[in-house]
Design a protein around this ligand. Structure first.
Ligand SMILES: [Zn+2]
Length: 223
């Protein structure tokens, strides 16, 4: 929190609002909010989530836990997901929306939601671990009590995550140029976010001015 306090102290005379980008854990969200409580100024919280649409922070904690912390701070005016896959941003929007409505109602202010994704092909990202190999199952091992298999993890489609509020966007190979999503491919995601209630959109790592232009076009088309 001391780190955040130092940054806020230095920036505060010069800014209208603060945006925290790429917060990866509940602890970081809490520290940023606590540090800003001393000022306070309008704050847009930006968190980074796992790319698989599971609505978990990079730390592995639930996005909802971070939002539950954020709800305690009435100066929050925006909830964003950044530097995550476009699909993960879309999957997070219903949670952001519910939390924003709660904060906005208590503070009697509008709390915006939105996001700006990174553009890299997730499956080829450097450092991504390979999927775990299935454990070998000894067939008919005598004298060993077999434990029941663990229940399968709950599966939810992107449609279910979005709660029917926006069409799921399927990313196809044609949406990529090499390992980077094209502006046209990205525009499809941005349009779905706007449809789901996003009013702050942009593009993060890997983006070019053409991606920002695609965001602008999606905003204009939605008006
Ligand atoms: Zn980024």
């Amino acid at each position: 929190m001391e780190e955040y306090s130092k940054l806020i102290e230095g920036l505060n005379p010069c800014v209208d609002l603060f945006i925290t980008e790429t917060l990866c854990s509940v602890r970081e969200v809490r520290a940023a909010c606590e540090a800003l409580s001393a000022v306070p100024r309008p704050l847009f919280i930006g968190v980074s989530v796992k790319d698989d649409g599971s609505n978990r922070l990079r730390s592995g904690e639930d996005l909802q836990a971070a939002l539950d912390v954020a709800k305690n701070y009435g100066f929050i005016r925006g909830l964003l997901v950044n530097c995550s896959s476009p699909a993960a941003v879309g999957a997070a929007l219903p949670l952001l929306k519910a939390a924003a409505m709660e904060i906005g109602r208590d503070a009697e202010e509008t709390v915006r939601i939105g996001g700006y994704a990174n553009l890299f092909k997730v499956s080829r990202r450097a450092g991504a671990p390979p999927p775990p190999a299935p454990a070998p199952t000894p067939a008919g091992a005598p004298g060993r009590p077999s434990s029941p298999p663990p229940p399968p993890p709950p599966q939810q489609t992107t449609d279910e995550w979005l709660g029917g509020e926006a069409p799921a966007v399927t990313t196809e190979d044609g949406d990529y140029s090499g390992d980077v999503m094209t502006p046209a491919g990205y525009a499809k995601h941005v349009a779905s976010w706007i449809e789901a209630g996003a009013t702050v959109v942009g593009a993060c790592c890997g983006s070019t001015p053409a991606h920002i232009q695609a965001c602008r076009a999606a905003i204009t088309a939605s008006a």
